[in-house]
Write a protein that binds this ligand. Sequence first.
Ligand SMILES: *Cc1c(COP(=O)(O)O)cnc(C)c1O
Length: 403
Amino acid sequence: MQHKIYLDNNATTALHAKVIERFYQLLQIFGNASSMHSFGRAAKTELDSARAKIAELISASSPDEIIFTSGGTESDNLAVIGVAEQLRSKGNHIITSAIEHPAVMSTCNYLMKRGYEITYLPVDHTGLINPKDLEKALTPNTILVSIMLANNEIGTVQPITELSAITKKHKVLFHTDAVQAMGKIPVNVQTLGVDLLSLSGHKFHGPKGVGVLYVRKGLKLAPQMHGGKQEQGMRSGTYNVPGIASMALALSLAVDEIKSETTRQTMLREKLFKGLEKNIPEIQRNGHAEKCLPNTLNVTFKYIEGESMLLRLDHDGIAVSTGSACASGSLDPSHVLLALGLPHELAHGSIRFSLSRETKEADIEYTIEKVAEVVKTLRAMSPLYNSLTPSSSPSPGGEGAGR
Ligand SMILES: *Cc1c(COP(=O)(O)O)cnc(C)c1O
């Protein structure tokens, strides 16, 4: 049987079957939601109900706090640059972390070249930020803190409530990239205490190219898109009604399942790690064992290269990630793993397994078996591994390499 096992759900997820069905229906509602005639009003009805639903699902105090965007990247850019430009007269200092997604990190780098000062908070070996470091980094010039809720590569979940309590004392705005957390752990803007929060449809079985920026009432952002003044002037552009309304459905389906899926996926993730640990020597788990997304497992396999492993697993029908999404084609090791303190060679030998509602127990069993085979083969070809492990047999095929 041809296996097709998708364990790269932190990169993107498959559309939920109900979302596909709804999306098709919505494609017929083609009116411009800003038009006053019946075609426009039909689209506006869908838009309004999606906005209200999403506001409710993240406990926003009003639907007006939901701004629709083209996805997580745009939401992050609008939050960071929008605040930076809006509050330029108040200060030029932004605090973020060393493990942010490129959508925040590159945006901060861009602002740095334009005269802003950026502080990148370090993380400990599990990926956690120390709240004391945030307190120390604040200056009278600080206008924004942007720290992700859950990391996409290692799954570590930050203590956002505690961190935002610190910025509140200093009257500094707080943005969190919740793209990876949404639909996997509870997300409540009130308990998190954040002013801005980013979401993306395709990370919770919704469509690609649509996202949300939650903007707390009263807060104004410098627009990054200029035009028809949709979204209170903060984000111009004709509404993607099918995308927005099916994203709202995907979100509500995901939130409904959080409890049961957390239990199920945590069990599968632990089964995966225990199985790998039992069958493969010299591996290590990256990230925090408890303060972690239920679906994410990042593992370093010493003495091998993640890319070689990814390609061999793909051949066996298993899709995983090396963590560093090399969109640029560069083979630089993941900045997240380096920030945890992993040396380059270990960062290079790391694989991210990310599960979803569609992952079955049999998928995990097959994955354990195949990963063990692939690691054994690759290590047998590694002169370094063979020279460092005296127990390993030098015979071709290297069957003695570990076990
Ligand atoms: C995927 C992701 C993004 C980018 O979202 P897109 O909708 O793909 O632009 C941003 N932040 C995190 C943490 C992500 O995982």
